[in-house]
Design a binder for this molecule. Structure first.
Ligand SMILES: [Zn+2]
Length: 433
């Protein structure tokens, strides 16, 4: 792998000090080796390094997309303008019943092209045929945490759990650790308490995390209370699920007891503001979560619920929503929102080496060009990146020091082929539905 030197570049570090102007960042053997002030460290560049000018640009930690169903590019535009339950039961589940493994491969690969173009270096996924998502991530060069989605509505839960356990055993730590695996029980309304207890036990045995949808809509929480006498989050804690690191997607409708459980657990919450807005699910109390010590990262949810898979868009909307919820323009400022979309997601996953630009961290970084008129006068880099940045401004992406996007285009994905495959396959999947 050729060492890379980003020279004379403004850096958003994701920690203190949060901004470095005109710095030099040296990447070698998959990691950030040096971060030097202007003019410093020139003698320490690795031999044969590729030197990239950072003039007019900024180097950022790659965004971590904490919740996705990447292959759902296949259904983008097929089920808009609906609430979650009718969306799932009348559109998504019938269409998903037609999916083949090849459909999932192409759908996921196209989403990875989209994520890379939007400055995302890592994502957490839950879906069917997750082996195909893993193969696509290997191809795309992205860092991925993959969980086969499992439900237990038809009595076939144990069979699916056995397959998921096998998936985790086969994929955990592959590609030098770039691919990780979790168990993905879909939600408390599609998995019985007894089954979730089994999932928790399996996760303990595998020493892996759990990825689950929690408290996305008010109705699902009320229904669970009517059936089981208590709210899902404390019930799941009692079942032992939170003894493992959990990526809890949504957590839109949470009370004080729920927040206390979330604050005490390993892992954290994947906040998906665009999906929650579009499906009419509600507004998650992110500031209350942060105030109580809950770890929070940002996710896009699947391309069918969000339509535009960009963590930077989620940062912007997360800030806006927090402000509207609090009726306070000072709520969730740009810098905080930027940290949620980068370091926040990494912290939920227990990755101390991601979401920061500092010596020793993984070289998962994004070079953005801030030369368009709409960035001037560029007084505040966090503001520019959260409130103004668009996909077209993303020039280069590295994952583990490997160049996976250059000149705004993924280096390892045939985008024309992926687009054509998804277009043709989507038509077949939704025909007559
Ligand atoms: Zn989801």
């Amino acid at each position: 792998m050729t060492p890379i030197v980003f020279r004379d570049v403004d850096v958003l570090t994701g920690e203190e000090p949060s901004v470095l102007r005109g710095a030099t960042v040296v990447v070698d053997e998959g990691r950030i080796r040096r971060v030097d002030p202007p003019g410093g460290g020139e003698n320490a560049w690795p031999p044969g390094a590729r030197v990239i000018s950072g003039r007019g640009r900024a180097l950022l930690p790659g965004a971590v997309n904490l919740h996705n169903h990447a292959a759902m590019t296949l259904f983008r535009g097929f089920a808009d303008d609906m609430s979650l339950m009718p969306w799932l039961t009348t559109r998504i589940w019938p269409a998903e019943a037609r999916l083949t493994p090849e459909d999932v491969y192409w759908g996921a690969l196209l989403c990875m092209a989209e994520m890379l173009r939007a400055g995302t270096t890592a994502f957490v996924d839950m879906y069917l045929f997750e082996d195909e998502v893993a193969e696509a991530a290997v191809q795309a060069g992205m860092r991925a945490v993959l969980s086969p989605g499992i439900v237990d509505t038809d009595g076939r839960g144990p069979e699916r759990l056995a397959q998921a356990v096998d998936f985790v055993r086969r994929w955990q730590g592959r590609e030098g650790g770039r691919i990780q695996a979790m168990l993905g029980p879909h939600a408390p309304y599609t998995c019985s308490p007894g089954f979730l207890r089994e999932v928790g036990e399996a996760a303990r045995e595998l020493d892996c995390g759990i990825h689950i949808h929690l408290h996305e809509t008010e109705g699902e929480v009320e229904e669970y209370v009517a059936r089981h006498g208590r709210r899902p989050i404390p019930a799941l804690a009692e079942l032992g699920l939170f003894e493992r690191p959990v990526v809890a997607a949504h957590c839109v409708h949470v009370d004080e007891e729920d927040l206390a459980v979330l604050a005490a657990m390993k892992g954290g919450v994947a906040h998906n503001p665009v999906s929650n807005l579009k499906l009419g699910s509600g507004v998650a109390p992110v500031e209350a979560m942060l105030a109580r010590g809950v770890r929070v990262g940002l996710g896009t949810d699947g391309p069918t619920s969000t339509n535009d898979v960009s963590v930077f868009l989620e940062m912007r909307v997360a800030s806006w929503l927090a402000k509207v919820r609090a009726r306070d323009g000072a709520a969730l400022p740009a810098r905080r929102s930027f940290e949620l979309g980068t370091r926040g997601g990494a912290d939920v996953l227990g990755w101390a080496d991601a979401g920061r630009i500092r010596p020793g961290a993984w070289a998962d970084v994004v070079l953005v060009r801030l030369c368009a008129p709409r960035f001037e006068p560029l007084l505040d880099l966090h503001s520019a990146v959260v409130y103004t940045l668009a996909d077209a401004d993303v020039e280069m992406v590295l994952v583990g020091g490997q160049v996976v996007l250059e000149g705004g285009r993924p280096t390892r994905i045939d985008e024309e082929k992926a687009r054509a495959e998804v277009r043709a396959r989507a038509r077949r999947l939704v025909e007559g539905l």
